[in-house]
Design a protein around this ligand. Sequence first.
Ligand code: SAH
Length: 374
Amino acid sequence: MTRPEDATPTKHPPRKAPQRVQKVDVGGADKLVMRKGREERVANGYPWVFSGEVYQVPPPEMDGQIMPVEDARGRLLGLGMINTKSNIVLRVLTRQREPVDRDFFKRRLTEAIAYRERYAKLDPSPNAGYRLIHAEADGLPALIVDRYGSFLVVQALALGIAERMPMIVELLAELTGCKGIYERSDVLVRNLEGLPQATGVLYGEAPPADLVIEEHGSKFRVDVATGQKTGFFLDQRLNRQRVRELARGRVLNTFCYTGGFSIAAALGGAEEVVSVDISADAIALAEENARLNGVEAKCTWQAANAFDALREYEKAGEKFDVVILDPPAFTKNKDSVPGAVRGYKEINLRALRLLNPGGLLVTSSCSHHISPAL
Ligand code: SAH
């Protein structure tokens, strides 16, 4: 089961003086062996093995299957799902030699759900919205599950997990008692896994078009089928709560989407909230959300480019007590970091200039390559 081009481990430069020749088992079809010196990160808990880090990539017939990965000395690093079409040839599921079967996934899902319910400061409402399963962080690589009241929305971002979705959907239905599970795997990273885009109902009923979730006492309509991501930016849930506690005076919320931070501010101490987003659909839903929370009189909405809006507010001499910036990722790779840094600098600088003395800047970045310090 070897591929001709990968059949020998002699592609790497031969050692000049091979005094102590260590015998390296490059692995047959039954395991992946990491190149000597490349194993440290995975041994320390990193969940991905890249194809360039192993002596031999398994044959494509193994795609989706579970294989052990070892270091060059034969020490087990873990068991994971294979995809030879991806640069990430293996995603670690467990660090032990154990059966990776339905029971395994059931245990992982049960643990993650219990953990979330215990620690995530959730709204007690049965209509709460929050991220239930956090992929690698919950030991379930590439699996995202968001809970919107009695409905779940799933994203399967790797082949191994996509192939196991029928089982995972069954388990999720059993463990949560949800009314329906909807898939939003319409994301470009699926291309890197050799997977097509996929959306639609996987179990039970489709989420209704007027689905409303509750978050710390505020209500939001969520469009699961056509909204951005899985319908709502659940990652900012606790920050919206913080803004609700801190908001006062006049608030500017840029990149507002369906009004999450705006409504939090209006329900908190804000007297007036001005919000901007480039998406007219998002603004329409934001206006509806303001009415749903009874704060429409405090809110004004603008469908515009936030870069232009910030410049215009500055030119007009407008001042705010709180400015919120929550832009989309300005860079997804290392090469475009300098351009992204210019973008972040521009909006943050303009936001600071718009603040009254003693004002508050709430700034976010979801670009992996932009560190908090940068
Ligand atoms: N803070 C929001 C989520 C923001 S997501 C919440 O809590 O729900 C980022 C938003 O930026 C998206 O709604 C997207 O439509 C918007 N966006 C992207 N580029 C923009 C631009 N140049 N100007 C204004 N909005 C933009």
